[in-house]
Ligand binder design. Structure first.
Ligand SMILES: Cc1cc2nc3c(=O)[nH]c(=O)nc-3n(C[C@H](O)[C@H](O)[C@H](O)COP(=O)(O)OP(=O)(O)OC[C@H]3O[C@@H](n4cnc5c(N)ncnc54)[C@H](O)[C@@H]3O)c2cc1C
Length: 517
């Protein structure tokens, strides 16, 4: 039977870890992958145990937990807090019953290597696999294969969380759910009860969402912490579910236009559904989209390294990840048949199962799209320091994909903006990116993204699919567009209940309600 009340426990008693003030050390933690300038910190600490995490939190005024700092939202950029680096929390337990217990400072790439030695795999990996387990839980990260496997939330069976008070919660999925009138209750170890209200806004029905606190009637307490971006507690350990490591192939397919790529994606999604129901061989786990503008941003040598000829004109590319059961040939034969039926005559570039190098080369070509756009933004920034990455993280119901791409293009082109669109098309999750050369373009780009977000919400989608909200003013505005002022106020009530002094990640998700750090 589930309860809506959980009892916190006291951590072991250990002194807080040393807070490092050395500028050379601290300066390497002042920014994340969003490259927002102006990060500053009261120091950085590297706790090695839950007890050290708790002592650090209790003793500090404000704390920002960070993992690999690959956040694209500025959420892992400090604004005066003590930085709690999780990188010394690195234990990986032996896998058992399809689960593995890990500390949060483990990078996903390392976790995968460790699991691979037992023939296992952790599916919800973002495109950047250097991200830490804790960071991916805190942002409910998703990635290409969300299409088949769902986002991080679905794979987390238990977490241990240190609250702002220093109390520790061991939360097992299924053990604590919200009361019928919408509350959780936490019995503090020192006595006293924290009552945490469940927000009542309705989340959009999309395959991935990283947009503030999860909220549903009767929800599981674990889901409140997953995706809460370090604002409600610091996760120290998690129990993750795994699957037998799939054998994979990759196919890079060239399509003549957006519309051909959308038709092909739709067909491949249907093929995948049939395969999952045991009625076909083409088990597609992910499809990545790179539009013609994205491909034009990629330098020649990236194509050369991938062994791929640059497509011409308005051609777009899809990178299709296929999983193979026992059969090596049937899935690829079926793919060829699907391509043929749509009049796509060019042979795809293939990496067959076992050709890990080939798969990596094709994947690196996909990754060189954001890298190339980011390089252009960085070069513009050198001339105009206010220039910054200006990008959307939109998800729409798949039936609205075509409308959404048209919407992105119109919003940018009407403003005379340079742009590129890529992303996880099998989920309807694309990243429309402005390629700004001036600050003026950044401003027009923000305006376009806001307009796009409103339309995406009207389509039943969300403007915050996988990267989270962080401290980006634009993303915080998008969160407000999604749930309204009342929704933000409801999130603040959750925050106030668990962290009344705003000790943890103040200003992340929504502006600080007490003070600026
Ligand atoms: C090249 C590139 C590709 C990317 N691709 C994807 C993608 O496909 N899908 C996707 O979802 N994201 C993607 N991202 C974004 C990023 O990788 C994810 O958001 C990732 O989950 C962040 O993990 P991290 O360890 O770097 O966390 P950080 O960036 O260090 O932190 C992210 C947030 O989590 C909080 N946090 C970190 N650790 C903890 C903890 N232990 N307890 C509580 N809070 C914590 C931080 O305070 C911060 O708010 C990409 C980023 C890059 C640079």
């Amino acid at each position: 039977m589930t309860a809506h009340r959980i009892r916190a426990r006291k951590p072991a008693t250990e002194p807080a870890p040393r807070i490092e003030h050395d500028e050379a050390v601290v300066s390497s933690f002042l920014s994340d992958a969003a490259h927002v300038p102006g990060g500053f910190a009261a120091g950085v600490a590297f706790p090695r145990s839950e007890a050290e995490v708790a002592s650090l939190i209790v003793g500090a005024t404000t704390v920002l937990a960070v993992g690999a700092q690959s956040s694209l939202t500025g959420g892992a950029t400090p604004r005066g807090e003590v930085i709690l680096s999780t990188r010394a929390l690195t234990s990986i337990g032996p896998p058992a019953n399809g689960q593995v217990r890990v500390s949060v400072g483990v990078a996903l790439s390392l976790l995968q290597r460790s699991l691979a030695s037992s023939g296992l795999y952790y599916p919800p990996v973002p495109t950047y696999d250097g991200a830490f387990v804790g960071g991916t839980i805190a942002t409910n990260a998703a990635g290409p294969a969300t299409f088949k496997y769902g986002s991080t939330r679905r794979w987390v069976d238990a977490v241990t969380v240190v609250l702002a008070s220093g109390d520790v919660l061991d939360i097992n999925r299924g053990a604590v759910t919200a009361s019928p009138d919408g509350w959780f209750e936490i019995e503090r170890e020192s006595g006293g009860l924290l009552r945490v209200p469940v927000p009542t806004y309705v989340m959009p029905d999309v395959p991935k969402l990283s947009a503030g606190y999860y909220a549903r009637p009767g929800m599981d307490l674990i889901d409140l912490f997953i995706g809460s971006e370090g604002t409600l507690g610091v996760v120290t350990e998690a129990t993750l579910r795994t699957v037998p490591k799939p054998r994979r192939s990759m196919a890079l397919v060239c399509c003549s236009s957006d519309s051909q790529a959308i038709v092909l994606t739709d067909r491949l999604r249907q093929e995948a559904s049939s395969a999952w129901a045991g009625r076909g061989p083409l088990d597609v786990a992910a499809i990545e989209f790179m539009d013609a503008r994205s491909l034009r941003a990629v330098p020649e040598d990236s194509f050369a390294r991938a062994g791929v000829t640059r497509p011409s004109g308005e051609s777009v590319m899809l990178l299709v990840q296929i999983e193979h059961g026992g059969d090596e040939a049937a899935p690829l034969e079926r793919l060829q048949a699907v391509l043929g039926s749509l009049g796509i005559e060019d042979d795809p570039s293939l990496a067959v199962p076992g050709d890990d190098r080939g798969a990596e080369r094709l994947f690196n070509l996909r990754e060189s799209v954001p890298a190339s756009v980011n390089a252009i933004v960085a070069a513009s920034k050198a001339a105009h320091p206010e220039v910054e990455k200006t990008a959307g993280d939109m998800v729409v119901p798949f039936a609205r994909l075509s409308d959404s791409i048209a919407l992105y293009r119109t919003a940018f082109e009407r403003r005379g903006l340079e742009y590129a669109i890529w992303g996880h098309v099998s989920d309807g999750n694309l990243h429309p990116n402005v390629v700004p050369r001036t600050f003026e373009a950044v401003q027009r780009g923000r305006e376009a993204i806001l307009e796009i977000a409103r339309e995406v919400i009207a389509m039943g989608g969300a403007p915050l699919a996988e990267h989270g909200v962080g401290r980006s003013a634009l993303k915080q505005q998008l969160l407000r567009e999604l749930y309204g002022d009342e929704g933000i106020e409801q999130m603040r009530r959750v925050k106030r209940a668990l962290d009344p002094e705003e000790k943890l990640a103040p200003g992340v998700l929504f502006s600080s309600f007490r003070r600026t750090p």
